[in-house]
Structures are given as structure tokens and as C-alpha cells.
Design a protein around this ligand. Structure first.
Ligand code: NAP
Length: 441
């Protein structure tokens, strides 16, 4: 397929082997160019030649009615294929573009530019799009937000998408670093499950759920900073998530209701228990190896609450250290523990052999040289866990290992919480070995 751009600037000196001609200018000029082009052809356009007339709006995504008028004017200019690209100020802008694309009577390419518009590029086979755009090399884009062809085909399984493909994704901000799409999409493909899992850069959680309320949008993982806001959007929340005050997984039930749960809790606590059992050669009888231990949680957000609540359930004594002391106090009161400021953490040593769990984003890529606690203080801990999983071994974990502590990386929590979510999303058991292998690479 050959594409000729900005044909208006040339003199319509076309070799007829060219099959697809794109008139890409601002709307006014591309419509004018299309009219001039049709005049030039005098109705002699070969059957195999298709003309795309395209309009770009780099400022916003207009209301549906305006988009409908835009499509009509492009079509009236003689386009065989209508193309428009708008700018995403919010991920919900994409819904208006899907509405136009899915009802279009003419072949249509409808893209929403920017990271918030990614859905429009990946889901085009589901919502009636004629084609999408991918780049050959990361970063070398012709419009903001274009994924690479490699990502479209191998990460999002683009060639397998069809109108009844169910949509899943991780809501976060930032979210592009998340490895969840790789994990779920590879697993969906390996068992032939008709679903796709996306990065969803969300600013306003209630607006997102109110907009994407159809059964097409079947399930969501929720990450920083939206776990508490997502809970408030659920029609039902399981009792554990309610106690924690945060959900990391939201499922749309067949009756359309949103059900929230927290799988961080299971993933993190079982990874830490496994680490402690390794220290005790797996011999703790029926009781949890956490029972009676002093468990220090850094952070009081979604993951902090999950860890504090989970460790409390296993019989640990809890201390919470947080940047915002009032939040540490609030969570400590909830789990009957002690509250600390972050500054107090370095000198906090009521006993040796404590467990430390970082649940803040300190040390996360790209700020990999940051750490929440001094290396000297780490000598007081027998086990150190870090929820951060990019990089796999954070500075905190490296210094903890050097200080003699057992370390548990965040990737173990990530895999554990993902098993649970996968089973809720698909109804099938998670391919555990496959998950581990994917996360090792
Ligand atoms: P969240 O609800 O937004 O909570 C963030 C917490 O981190 C709050 O306590 C916040 O303190 C603190 N914080 C953020 N930036 C900080 C900074 N620069 N200095 C000191 N404290 C800071 O987020 P979340 O969902 O709990 O996630 C927290 C981290 O855990 C993220 O890195 C996330 O990727 C990771 N996580 C990993 C997994 C896994 O499977 N491994 C699962 C869930 C989360 P304030 O209260 O003062 O704002």
C-alpha cells in the first residue's frame, strides 16, 4: 500500500500504481485539496485507488456532534476513507471517538493523540477502525502517543482483537511503567481467552467508570494513586478491601455492577511469609511466621493499608511510618499500632529482628538512588520487603541484603496479587509458572 502525503503541494502527477492517497492538512485545506484532486481526476479515479482525507486537532477532542459534522464534511469532500485525529485531555475523550467510529457508514481511521488516547489506537479493530498507526522505532512518532508496531502486535495482541474482545486494564497515573499488560496479554493469548489488557492513564476515577460503563469494559487493576478513589466507585466491596480502605481490582459483574476487592493483601503477605519460612527452614507448624513479630510499614496509602491489615491479621504488632504523619496516625489507630514520622524511622529500634515493608514509591525508577531509611538502621531488621518492583532490586533491598537481612522483592507481591486478579478476570486458574517466567525477563 503506498501512501502519498500532502498531495496538494504537488501537481497531481500520479503514477496509477499508487493505491492509497492521504490528504493530510488542517480540515479546511485537506477538504480544499480533496475537491481540487477530484476536479483534476474528472471522475477517472481507478477503482483500486482510495483517497484518505484527514484532519488533525492538536488542542482537544470536540463533542460527539461536532465530530459527526467533521466526518460528514470529510466524506462530502470525496474521501473514500475518513481520517481524523484529536488530542486527549482526558482518557474519557476516547469514548466520543469510539462512538463515532463504531457507527460510521464509511471506512474510518479515528485516533486520539497522546498517552491518554492509547486506547483509541489499540482498540481500533474492536470499535470499527479501518487501520491504526504504529512506529517502527520507539520514540520516532509521527503523532503523539503512537505505540510501536512491536507493542501493538506482541504486547497488545492487536491481530487477535475483534468486536467482542473484552477490555481490561490497569488504571494509574503514572502507568506506562506497569508490566501488567505484558503479564495478562501473554496469558490471555496462551489460553485463547478473548480479552485485551491496556495501560490506562486515568486522572479522574469516577469520570472514567461513569464513561466506560458498558459490558465491553470487564475488569480493571488499580494502582497508584487511585486505589481509594476506586473503592468509592464500587457498588460492592469485599469485606477485606473495605477494612483496608482500598481496592486494587474492580470487576464488572454480568448485571453491570462494579465489585471491588484487594488482592495486594494476599500477594504481599504470602510473599513475606514465604521469605520468613525460608529463614525457619519451612518449620512453623500451623501458625504464621509473622505472629508476634514487630512489623514496620513505611507508607499509609493503598499498599500500606493492605500490608498493615494483612500483617495484623497474621498476629504481628504494627508500626506505621509515613511522610504525612496524620495518615500514619489514622492507619495505626485502625490496626491498633504505633505511628511514626519518616524522620523517626532511622532511630526506631525497640527490638532487634523486626520486619520492614516499604510501600511508598521511594526508590522506584527513575529515582533509583532514593531509599526511605538509612543503611545503618537496616541492621535491626531480619527481613526487608519493598513493594517497588521497578527496579527488581531497589537500593533499599540491596542495602538490606548487605546488612544481613532476608530480602523479599516487590515482584513476588506483584505476581501473587496478579494470580488472584487473573482468576477473577477470566474464571480460569492463573498460569503461575508462565507469570513467573514473564516477570523474570
Ligand atoms: P498510594 O495509595 O498513592 O500511597 C503512596 C504512599 O507513598 C503514601 O503513603 C505516600 O505518603 C507515600 N509517598 C509517595 N511519594 C513519597 C515520597 N516522595 N516520599 C515519601 N513518601 C511518599 O500508592 P500505593 O498504591 O499504595 O502504591 C505505593 C507503591 O507500592 C508504588 O510504588 C506501587 O508501585 C507499589 N505497589 C507495588 C505492588 C506490587 O505488586 N509489588 C502493588 C501495589 C503497589 P503521603 O501519605 O505522605 O502522601
Amino acid at each position: 500500500m503506498m501512501v502519498m502525503k500532502k498531495v496538494v503541494s504537488r501537481h497531481f502527477n500520479l503514477p496509477w500504481s499508487w493505491e492509497l492517497i492521504t490528504l493530510t492538512l488542517s480540515l479546511r485545506y485537506s477538504v480544499k485539496a480533496a475537491h481540487e484532486f477530484n476536479d483534476f481526476l474528472h471522475g477517472n479515479k481507478p477503482g483500486k485507488c482510495k483517497v484518505i482525507v484527514s484532519s488533525h486537532n492538536y488542542d482537544s477532542t470536540p463533542p460527539v456532534e461536532d465530530l459527526g459534522n467533521l466526518v460528514a464534511s470529510i466524506q462530502a469532500a470525496g474521501a473514500d476513507i475518513v481520517k481524523f485525529a484529536t488530542a486527549a485531555l482526558d482518557i474519557t475523550d476516547v469514548a466520543r471517538v469510539f462512538q463515532i467510529a463504531v457507527h460510521s457508514q464509511v471506512p474510518i481511521i479515528a485516533m486520539v493523540m497522546g498517552e491518554r488516547g492509547l486506547m483509541s489506537r489499540v482498540l481500533c479493530p474492536k470499535f470499527g477502525g479501518y487501520l491504526t498507526f504504529g512506529t517502527l522505532e520507539a520514540g520516532k512518532v509521527s503523532a503523539p502517543g503512537q505505540p510501536t508496531i512491536e507493542e501493538l502486535v506482541n504486547l497488545y495482541n492487536f491481530r487477535l482483537l475483534e468486536p467482542d474482545t473484552k477490555v481490561f486494564g490497569v488504571l494509574g497515573n503514572p502507568v506506562s511503567h506497569s508490566k501488567s499488560p505484558k503479564l495478562y496479554n501473554e496469558a490471555f493469548k496462551s489460553v485463547g481467552f478473548n480479552g485485551v489488557y491496556l495501560h490506562l492513564l486515568v486522572d479522574d476515577v469516577p469520570k472514567f467508570f461513569a464513561t466506560y460503563s458498558s459490558m465491553d469494559f470487564s475488569g480493571f487493576s488499580v494502582t497508584i494513586p487511585h486505589k481509594e478513589a476506586a473503592l468509592a466507585c464500587c457498588d460492592e466491596v469485599d469485606p477485606v478491601a473495605k477494612s483496608i480502605g482500598a481496592v486494587n481490582c474492580v470487576i464488572r459483574r454480568p448485571d453491570g455492577k462494579l465489585v471491588g476487592c484487594n488482592t495486594d493483601y494476599v500477594g504481599a503477605i504470602s510473599a513475606i511469609e514465604d521469605g520468613l519460612l525460608g529463614l525457619h527452614n519451612g518449620s512453623m507448624g500451623n501458625s504464621s511466621p509473622l505472629a508476634g513479630k514487630l512489623f514496620v510499614v513505611i507508607g499509609a496509602g493503598g499498599a500500606g493499608k493492605a500490608l498493615a491489615y494483612g500483617a495484623k491479621e497474621k498476629g504481628a504488632r504494627i508500626a506505621i511510618a509515613n511522610r504525612t504523619y496524620d495518615r500514619a496516625r489514622e492507619l495505626a489507630d485502625l490496626v491498633g499500632g504505633q505511628a511514626l514520622s519518616l524522620a523517626e524511622l532511622d532511630s526506631f529500634c525497640p527490638e532487634k529482628g523486626m520486619i520492614l515493608a516499604n510501600t511508598t514509591s521511594i526508590g522506584m525508577h527513575p529515582k533509583v538512588n532514593e531509599t526511605p531509611v538509612s543503611k545503618e538502621a537496616l541492621a535491626n531488621y531480619m527481613l526487608v520487603f519493598d513493594a517497588v518492583y521497578t527496579p527488581k532490586i531497589t537500593r533499599l533491598l540491596r542495602e538490606a541484603a548487605e546488612s544481613g537481612a532476608k530480602i523479599v522483592p516487590g515482584v513476588d507481591m506483584f505476581i501473587g496479587q496478579a494470580y488472584e486478579q487473573y482468576e477473577r478476570f477470566t474464571g480460569f486458574p492463573a498460569p503461575k509458572d508462565q507469570f513467573k517466567k514473564i516477570m523474570e525477563n
